[in-house]
Design a protein around this ligand. Structure first.
Ligand code: SF4
Ligand code: SF4
Length: 382
């Protein structure tokens, strides 16, 4: 069995357009099955589900299991911090939301060029070190989506880090923006254990193009693309934990099955992954991982990750200019009350400061509007 953590970033929702409407009943069932199989690591963050993820963790785990039977990882939201006075209240609020008096693992969240105000100009690293000395943090680390050189510099400046959480999956392994492989090498150079986030690249590696899935199924008909993706990251040297960002009971059961019965990839399987990577790369349009960091930044209330998801699916399925199921989903989204559609984008770029994948959101929105609003339905917002 490989070690798997329960990432509480994309929990099941009662209303798919309301990130805070966590389906606690389903979360509790997911927690139970996870614990029954001997897993006990839960990863949350201040910003996930507008703060409701920490609360869901308290309700589903902390209130229902003895404190020494599980591990909690939480994160200081650097991207929300611009002043020293915010740090202590946020940390205290996190302890309260989670219902605990210490965190087993604590990270400076998403250390990157975009979040400098919250870790460089406000010294959240020193604050976290102090909390560690008070016993409120057991292990201190950082998470980042930044590239290898940036990671190396940060780790040189912060030798107090005890672990790192990195975006690793087979699609990003050689990706020039994410540099998963090089980041793993940096972590090894600093002798730091690695927690893998985004092993399925925000769900991308679940619904891969038909052509790629056929190759995987041709080799082993009983194994799904999810299994291939999890096995790929679990065997990487230096990895001690893989986060499963399950959004349903069914998904967590599936992930548990693979990790329970884990087998490393053989050489032929590695070759298949390379082939599949090439196929996916030729189909992916927008590398959005649905992290939702941009969600509250848009003055036009555009559900940016939702539109990217629809757009990518449209591209992967190979639209032929006619009505499609994805186009229909876009239409359904567009009639929801209070949401913005792609053509509502004013190009203000507020969202782009939040995006760890550095996606040029403002330039893509007109393209999405063209694809769904003009070519498929012939409607615009004006
Ligand atoms: S650039 Fe467009 S999508 Fe981004 S915040 Fe501004 S209006 Fe919203
Ligand atoms: S656009 Fe960027 S910030 Fe927004 S959900 Fe996608 S990856 Fe995250």
């Amino acid at each position: 069995m490989k070690n798997m953590g329960f990432g509480m970033m994309r929990l099941p929702l009662l209303d798919e357009n309301d990130l805070s409407s966590v389906d606690q009943e389903q979360v509790n069932k997911m927690v139970d099955i996870f614990m029954e199989h001997g897993f006990n690591y839960f990863d949350t963050a201040y910003a996930y589900h507008d703060g409701e993820s920490e609360i869901a963790l308290r309700e589903g785990v902390v209130k229902r299991y003895p404190r020494d039977s599980f591990l909690i990882a939480d994160k200081m939201p650097t991207f929300l911090i611009s002043d020293e006075s915010q740090v202590e209240p946020i940390f205290n609020e996190q302890l309260e939301r989670c219902g605990v008096d210490y965190f087993d693992y604590y990270m400076i969240h998403n250390v990157s060029g975009f979040s400098e105000a919250g870790w460089k100009y406000v010294d959240t690293f020193s604050f976290a070190k102090e909390k560690k000395s008070e016993g409120k943090i057991k292990k201190l680390g950082l998470s980042t989506h930044a590239n290898a050189e940036f990671l190396d510099n940060i780790l040189n400046e912060h030798p107090e880090m005890e672990f790192v959480q990195l975006q690793i999956n087979y699609l990003d392994w050689e990706n020039e923006g994410v540099e998963s492989r090089k980041c793993v090498e940096v972590a090894k150079k600093h002798a730091l254990p690695i927690i893998v986030m985004e092993p399925l690249k925000g769900g991308f590696l679940v619904d891969i193009p038909e052509e790629a899935e056929k190759i995987m199924k041709g080799y082993n008909s009983s194994e799904s693309p999810v299994s291939w993706a999890l096995r790929y990251v679990a065997e990487i040297d230096g990895v001690f934990m893989v986060l499963s960002g399950a959004s349903s009971l069914e998904q967590i059961e599936e992930n548990i099955r693979f990790m329970d019965d884990y087998k490393p990839l053989n050489e032929a399987e590695h070759e298949i992954i390379e082939e599949v990577t090439a196929i996916i790369n030729s189909n992916i349009t927008v590398p959005c991982t649905k992290c939702n960091y941009c969600m509250n930044s848009c003055p036009s209330n555009i559900n940016i990750p939702k539109l990217f998801d629809l757009y990518n699916n449209e591209m992967i399925e190979g639209r032929n200019g006619l009505f499609t199921a994805v186009g229909n989903a876009y239409r359904n989204y567009s009639v929801l009350e209070g949401v913005g559609i792609a053509s509502d984008c004013t190009g203000c770029e507020a969202c782009m400061k939040e995006c760890p994948q550095q996606i040029d959101i403002a330039s893509l929105m007109p393209e999405i509007a063209k694809t769904f609003e003009i070519e498929v339905y012939g409607f615009t917002d004006d």
